[in-house]
Design a protein around this ligand. Structure first.
Ligand code: NAD
Length: 393
């Protein structure tokens, strides 16, 4: 039997995304026949007790309290960054310079310039790199991509995408890192908007120009943190200023002539994870909703008159990308499988020596859209999305 390459992972951070990534590393060899398999080698957190407990619960072989130890250790092949956004660039650049592959959560960086420096570092080091835009890896989204690429929708005219949540509506919800610009770099735009921008780039194409608006509905909150399930924990009687957007909406033109409307908000009562899109082409339309992530609604204009209408395809058949790795048709998969699927591509990339998409180049292009929307809000005008990736390779 062929010996599988062992990819020893060092992961920085251990909470919400730490759990999702740990689970994916553990499960990926169960479902996919890979040449390279992850080894849960070291997990990093600043709080010794917390990181020890996380290592035990999630099955990591060892733990450290400073991510710099991962850079020094020669028993680490891949560094996985699941920490707040202000830490991504420093860790990713140090990892690449030490010759380690890098998997980084979104948004890639704080700014376009920082994202470009990250891309430059991974290119220079020749390591495999990916950014965790996991929603691309739902079989229904992959099937949407297949239908679009096959021309079943014809020319694309519209994408209408939202990512709506409601966990922040209580005025006493604490001022967590997500609401502080110096740590998060941005609010709903960078957190939720980055995902729908990625889906639009994946399914429709590159952005050309944008115009947006933003609002912060609740300007001050008590200091505190949040649990892995997006529940607040007030930790002080001091209040501080919210320095990011609670909601952002923007319009976009794509290079291929399509029009887009995008909305990200944490103030949409009843919407827990309203990550949805509708795409309209000259021959048909598609609709997807993360809360029913196995389903794709498909309307094809060449269906017989009288029988036309949106049909619901349960994307659990072998014909639907990644679905065949799991259960018999009709047996649903969930949120965690989007991470298993993306990690299977990461393992393929490392064993074959390339960077599967979405990689840091996609992270830079995504960041260019985020930056253009912010600029447009400041200047109250349309802004072109930077198309150039000026990095040395
Ligand atoms: N792909 C997705 O769907 C998705 C979903 C949620 C969050 N994210 C992204 O994942 C990242 C982490 O978000 P989260 O929700 O897991 O946050 P979280 O607050 O739940 O966890 C952050 C972790 O980072 C640790 N940490 C913070 N600073 C650190 C440092 N300097 N050194 C070591 N550890 C440090 C914290 O202790 C904690 O373990 C963010 O970039 C976020 O945008 C992605």
């Amino acid at each position: 039997m062929k010996q599988k390459k062992q990819i020893r992972v060092g992961m920085v951070g251990y909470r919400l995304m730490g759990r999702a990534h740990s689970h994916a590393y553990r499960d990926v060899p169960f479902y996919f026949d890979l040449d390279a398999v992850p080894v849960l080698q070291v997990i990093v957190g600043r709080d010794e007790e917390g990181v020890k407990a996380a290592a035990d619960k999630m099955g990591w072989a060892s733990w450290e309290t400073d991510w710099r130890r991962l850079i020094e250790r020669d028993d680490i092949d891949l560094i996985d960054i699941v920490t707040p956004n202000n830490t991504h660039a420093e860790i990713a650049i140090a990892a690449a310079e030490a010759g380690k592959h890098v998997f980084c959560e979104k948004p890639l960086a704080f700014s376009l310039d920082q994202a470009k420096r990250m891309l430059e570092a991974v290119n220079k080091a020749g390591v495999t790199h990916m950014i965790c835009h996991n929603y691309r890896f739902s079989p229904a989204v992959q099937f949407a991509k297949k239908l679009i690429e096959e021309g079943r929708l014809g020319k694309i005219y519209h994408i209408r995408a939202t990512f709506l949540q409601d966990w922040l509506m209580d005025p006493h919800f604490p001022l967590t890192w997500r609401l502080r610009k110096e740590i998060s770099g941005g609010g709903t735009l960078g957190d939720l908007g980055a995902h729908i921008i990625d889906l639009a780039r994946f399914l429709v194409g590159e952005f050309c120009e944008v115009v947006g608006m933003m609002e912060t509905f609740i300007k001050k909150r008590p200091f505190g943190s949040m649990t892995e399930n997006l529940k607040g924990r007030i930790e002080s009687d001091q209040w501080g200023e919210v320095t990011v957007d609670d909601a952002t909406a923007f319009l976009a033109r794509f290079k291929n002539g399509a029009l887009g409307t995008f909305e990200s908000s944490r103030f949409c009562k009843g919407n827990r994870a309203g990550n949805r899109f509708e795409i309209n082409g000259e021959k048909g339309s598609l609709r997807w909703d993360m809360e029913n992530l196995n389903q794709l609604q498909v309307y094809l204009g060449d269906d017989e008159p009288g029988s036309q209408g949106f049909r619901t395809i349960h994307c659990t058949e072998e014909e639907h990308p990644y679905a065949g790795a799991y259960w018999p048709a009709g047996h649903s998969i969930g949120y965690e499988h989007t991470f298993i699927n993306i990690v299977s591509e990461l393992m393929n990339g490392i064993s074959k020596g390339y960077s599967p998409q979405p990689n840091f180049e996609d992270g830079v292009k995504n960041q260019a859209v985020l930056e253009a929307v912010e600029q447009s809000v400041k200047t109250r005008s349309w802004v072109s999305v930077s198309q150039e990736i000026h990095v040395r390779s």
